[in-house]
Design a protein around this ligand. Structure first.
Ligand SMILES: C[S@@+](CC[C@H](N)C(=O)[O-])C[C@H]1O[C@@H](n2cnc3c(N)ncnc32)[C@H](O)[C@@H]1O
Length: 382
């Protein structure tokens, strides 16, 4: 059966998620604010949860309407038939998210109204009063209002897919893996090409690159905690079969040329622990090294450099500008042909550093990264 679905992702990277969805499922996906819309059947929903690198959560769309007041939210939720999605013996919860300043209700009010509507709709159809369990529900519903558009969805993912199975070492400035994967996709890097992240911290960019190169399905590696296991319209045998098919496609024999380096021994130790947990330690060369002295120790010229330099929040503007200048010059001298894909919070300062080191900025896009506005810049040597 085909369902209208939507999936959430990082704001500013919706087109990348839509492209990935198209590649995995072969369906048209339409980018929207912080999410994409597409049609999918049960197998597609399973496959996307197990393989996507850029998507956070995948929902079956139950209702899409306009809502100005709380009563509109209630009415929209009340008109949905939940009996195909929630078992009479299952407990549910509703999570509300409000991205509209001028609405006369809170996200909690919204969640409560949808909760009441679900119970009443289900009781009318079956005579059964559904249980609510906010801490450990079998089925989680989600209602989101942005401006006046209301979406009600059934969560098939649970804990967001960007929470990868391999993060045993937590770097205090770690990049979200879904952003790292998106940067790799945007960069145009192909798995045969040499790649360097010279400020790799806990190794997110090299690990995501290795997972891509070896075709490891990240969601399949945390199969047991995906919400779809408890959904009655999803066949548990199909989940296992698709996970096995995907695992059989993992290309452990492939030897990518990926280097991750950092000046901090603690970070490199942590990156090695993460890569080992990810099962890709053999696919990455981790090295200790100062990016400012790259020319002195780099023994393979990369065609792509993808990196997440310190945001320099606690450094003064002058100091961070000076540091970025030195980083760009060092990289330009040590890897003169490499294409750069960088995430920074000060695009103007980093842009100046790039241009003075002889790079042409090809593109710059803004993304929302937690509460931080960040920018992905792509540059090529002049
Ligand atoms: C924002 S963090 C990178 C986080 C990483 N992307 C992750 O997901 O864990 C920046 C990293 O740059 C490293 N760094 C700072 N100055 C450096 C230098 N001169 N040479 C190499 N690494 C440096 C820091 O040790 C830190 O791990």
């Amino acid at each position: 059966m085909k369902f209208e679905c939507f999936a959430t992702t990082i704001m500013g990277l919706e087109d990348v998620a839509a492209r990935e969805c198209r590649e995995i499922l072969g369906v048209e996906a339409r980018p929207d604010v912080g999410k994409i819309f597409f049609e999918a059947d049960e197998d597609d929903i399973i496959r996307l949860n197990l393989t996507s690198r850029t998507i956070h959560r995948i929902f079956v769309l139950l209702s899409r309407s306009r809502a100005e007041v709380l009563d509109d939210v209630y009415r929209a939720a009340r008109s949905v038939d939940y009996t195909g999605f929630i078992g009479a013996d299952q407990a549910f919860a509703v999570k509300g998210e409000r991205h509209s300043k001028n609405k006369p209700f809170t996200s909690m009010d919204m969640a409560a109204a949808v909760g009441r509507a679900v119970i009443e709709s289900f009781r009318e159809r079956t005579g059964v009063r559904l249980r609510v369990n906010l801490d450990n529900p079998d089925v989680q519903l989600y209602c989101l209002i942005r401006d006046s558009e209301l979406l009600i969805g059934l969560d098939t993912t649970g804990k967001s897919l960007h929470r990868r199975y391999y993060r045993v070492y937590h770097h205090r400035a770690a990049l979200q893996p879904s952003i790292a994967a998106s940067m790799l996709m945007l960069s145009g890097w192909r798995r045969e090409e040499a790649l360097l992240d010279p400020m790799c911290g806990s190794g997110t960019i090299p690990i995501e690159a290795a997972l891509m190169a070896l075709k490891v399905p990240p969601g399949a590696r945390r199969l047991s905690d995906l919400a779809l296991n408890k959904l009655k319209f999803i066949d548990g045998d199909r989940v296992r079969e698709i996970a096995e098919e995907l695992e059989a496609e993992v290309d452990l024999g492939f030897k990518p040329r990926i280097i991750g380096s950092d000046a901090s021994p603690k970070s490199i130790k942590g990156a090695i622990m993460n890569a080992e947990t990810a099962g890709v330690l053999n696919a990455i060369r981790f090295m200790m090294g100062d990016v400012l002295k790259l020319g002195g120790w780099l023994d393979e010229k990369p065609s792509h450099i993808i990196m997440n330099p310190p945001y320099g929040i606690r450094m003064g503007v002058r100091k961070i500008e000076e540091f970025y200048q030195k980083v760009c010059t060092s990289i330009r001298n040590a890897a003169p042909d490499a294409r750069l894909t960088v995430i920074v919070s000060k695009p103007v300062v980093f842009g100046r550093a790039l241009e003075s080191a002889g790079y042409i900025i090809e593109s710059r896009r803004q993304i929302m990264y937690g509460k931080l506005n960040a920018f992905i810049i792509m540059a090529t040597p002049r």
